[in-house]
Design a protein around this ligand. Structure first.
Ligand SMILES: *[C@@H]1O[C@H](CO)[C@@H](O)[C@H](O)[C@H]1NC(C)=O
Length: 214
């Protein structure tokens, strides 16, 4: 069964526990520019074969103070990964839901200007299934799209794609644009902006079958 635990406000320290982490996209903000909104839609590939360890696919935003907002899609039998994230002092998890291969899993993270909280919504095939609001007053500084072997020895992560990746900064910064290929043989994911660098949209990112060792 596929367990998806999204979204998560987890502490930085736990991120350090990762066994093997392959960051395909790493996008840093600069100076007094920060991320105020982001979304990304994972189109699930096949189930890892054999099911082994905990193959986790995620988007995330590193915050400036403490938190790591992380929308995780994991395939594991009994991995402690998501429960562990929720057991640290500050961490809070949204309700986990399940999804089948081929599902469109969208995570939307937005700093709500009224509450100053980060509203995090998880949609599967367009239906809102899980929400949480955390991380009041924090600002996004790094955006990630990653593959992780979160427990045990993992099978390769089957090929998958990310659609409609979008990042909104607090103000325009044309230098936020990444040029050239992303990591781990991913293709696509080309960034463009129609407002001189405040809102960035990506073409579809294709991630091939990826062994996860480390
Ligand atoms: C960028 O992506 C956002 C969110 O998916 C969408 O609402 C917007 O229309 C897109 N902008 C352009 C210029 O394509």
């Amino acid at each position: 069964m596929k367990g998806i635990s999204i979204p998560v406000g987890a502490s930085l320290a736990l991120v350090g526990l990762c066994r093997a982490n392959l960051d395909i996209i790493t996008l840093n903000t600069r100076g007094d520019t920060w991320i105020q909104e982001a979304s990304a839609t994972l189109i699930l590939g096949d189930v890892p074969n054999p099911m082994a360890g905990d193959v986790a696919l995620w988007s995330a935003i590193m915050m400036d103070k403490r938190d790591f907002l992380q929308g995780v899609t994991e395939n594991a039998l009994n991995s402690p990964y998501c429960p562990n994230l929720g057991s640290s002092q500050y961490a809070r998890n949204g309700a986990p839901v399940s999804a089948a291969p081929g599902s469109r899993i969208k995570t939307h993270y937005k700093l709500n200007p009224d509450t100053n909280l980060w509203d995090q919504n998880l949609y599967v095939d367009g239906k809102l299934l899980s929400s949480i609001s955390t991380s009041q007053g924090q600002r996004g500084v790094i955006f990630y799209i990653s593959i992780e072997c979160a427990a045990g020895t993992c099978s390769p992560a089957p090929a998958h794609t990310w659609d409609d990746i979008s990042i909104t900064l607090n103000k325009a910064d044309p230098s936020f644009k990444h040029t050239g290929a992303w990591q781990y043989k991913a293709t696509g994911g080309e960034m463009s902006t129609a407002d001189n660098g405040k809102t960035w949209n990506f073409t579809t990112l294709h991630v091939p079958d990826t062994p996860i060792t480390g």
